[in-house]
Design a protein around this ligand. Structure first.
Ligand code: PA5
Length: 463
């Protein structure tokens, strides 16, 4: 019999044992009875989500399967890569910016933008412009010479004032410095598709006027769920990230997250724990604390996903006021041990912690046997930074447990395109299930609109 080839990829693991009553007590941890009680509800909601997925109400689940879109992204990236750009500048905000930022931090060299072309494998540096601070934007324009820069404007609605303002400045600069005819070699559009049923995007006439390459964001995919669409995948391809490994990571996680059983489905398990902790144990805040610099911006991405999806005034029917949502907080281990952990251990016991762990770092660093004149450093001599990091992590886990603070561990065997895709995919499915548990619409963001309308009016716009 032929032996089954061992997968080159290793899956992440979710461990909720430190969120159980056995670990932190029944006042702060979940009891077997509480799990038992919520299980049938999760199974029912799974049936609803599965049907809605099948009916294509939500597109995020299946983005990784869209071979045409992935091939398109790769082809265009190949074309622009041959032009040898030094910089890729993303113009976008919120869901149009946070996904690629998370991937860049997780999968790039930590000082990638400071390194030479060779160290970047000939790929461009990345600048994500997700704000309208004039100082930052002007400095970016100075640092990124237009002739060496490709811009990717990303806006699903095509009407976000901040992004459009950035675009107007960039188009004007390109026209003045390189000529209108050159714009198409320096600007790529990512926006909603054209069609009778699709809302009009202001980026469509721009793409037409300059004959720009344009990617579609499927209508059934919201900004914060769009990282595996061209929103995240085109810049990722330009930076040389392993898209195939990301697809494999999504596929493996999809398999796990398609199980109806609460205990076998990491996304549902996390959603149920977060929800119960909020409504039963008063854990109104959800802290995500990675113990790896590379995962720092995954916590930032999650912050938007959790806040915008679940922070809702009305229930799903839009009638009853519910005011739902945990406040997501991003932290970083070990750095925030010296900033936040005092509060986390001794302040109000109103937080659930997600600790993201990486078992094997891609580098190891030995602490040398030096400073013999300083007594008491033997515990560090000849150890590694890796070992110290693991000890600090364990210290935080155990200290939180001693203070009855519940923790979910998410353990990545290593940090790579496969595992990062698994984390992002799992958190998306988790958010969808959490929306069902809270009985709110996780896919809209009415609370963001009012401020946008006021700002537009103040600028002299019509609405
Ligand atoms: O998740 C969302 O839908 C939002 O955060 C949007 O991504 C953000 O408001 C930007 O919108 P747009 O892509 O339409 O410019």
């Amino acid at each position: 019999m032929q032996k089954k080839a061992k997968s080159v990829y290793e899956d992440l693991r979710v461990d909720i044992s430190r969120a159980k009553s056995a670990a932190v007590g029944a006042a702060d941890g979940l009891t077997p009875g509480e799990f038992h009680e919520i299980e049938p509800r999760v199974a029912r909601l799974h049936a609803t989500l599965t049907k809605e997925r099948k009916d294509k109400k939500y597109g995020f689940y299946d983005l990784y399967k869209d071979k045409v879109a992935f091939d398109g992204v790769k082809d265009v990236a190949c074309h622009f890569s041959e032009m040898g750009f030094k910089n890729l500048v993303v113009l976008g905000i919120g869901g149009s910016a946070l996904g690629i930022t998370a991937l860049h931090t997780a999968l790039g060299d930590p000082y990638r933008n400071l390194r030479g072309r060779k160290a970047r494998d000939g790929r461009p540096r990345l600048f994500v412009m997700d704000n309208i601070d004039p100082v930052t934007f002007k400095t970016m324009m100075h640092v990124c010479k237009p002739e060496k820069t490709l811009y990717n404007v990303i806006s699903k609605s095509g009407g976000t004032a901040e992004t459009i303002a950035q675009l107007m400045i960039v188009v004007d600069m390109l026209e003045k410095k390189l000529g209108a005819g050159a714009v198409k070699d320096h600007l790529v559009v990512t926006t909603s598709p054209r069609g009778e049923k699709a809302p009009k995007s202001l980026l469509h006439p721009v793409a037409d006027a300059y004959d720009l390459v344009s990617f579609d964001i499927p209508l059934n995919v919201g900004g914060r769920f769009s990282v595996f669409s061209p929103v995240g995948m085109f810049p990722a391809a330009m930076l040389g990230m392993d898209l195939d490994a990301m697809v494999a990571g999504c596929a493996a996680m999809d398999k796990q997250c398609s199980r109806a059983s609460l205990t076998d489905n990491p996304a549902y398990l996390r959603a149920a724990v977060q929800y119960l902790m909020d409504v039963r144990k008063g854990k109104v805040m959800s802290v995500m604390m990675p113990y790896a610099d590379g995962l720092r911006d995954v916590a930032d991405w999650y912050r938007q996903l959790w806040a915008e999806s679940l922070g809702k005034k009305f229930d799903l029917e839009g009638k009853k006021e519910v005011f739902t949502g945990q406040t997501p907080i991003k932290a970083l281990g070990v750095t925030d041990q010296h900033s936040q952990v005092q509060l986390y251990r001794e302040g109000p016991n109103n937080k659930l912690f997600t600790i993201l762990e990486v078992k094997r770092f891609s580098a190891s660093l030995r602490i040398p046997d030096v400073l013999p004149q300083v007594k008491g450093l033997d515990y560090l001599r000849n150890a590694t930074m890796n070992k110290l990091m693991a000890a600090e992590l364990r210290g935080t886990l155990d200290a939180l447990k001693m203070s009855h603070r519940p923790v979910i561990r998410v353990i990545l065997p290593a940090l790579n395109a496969y595992t990062v895709a698994q984390v992002l995919y799992m958190l998306e499915v988790e958010t969808a299930m959490a929306g069902c548990l809270y009985h709110v619409d996780a896919f809209n963001q009415p609370g963001v609109e009012e401020g946008k309308i006021i700002a537009r009016k103040l600028m002299g716009g019509d609405r």
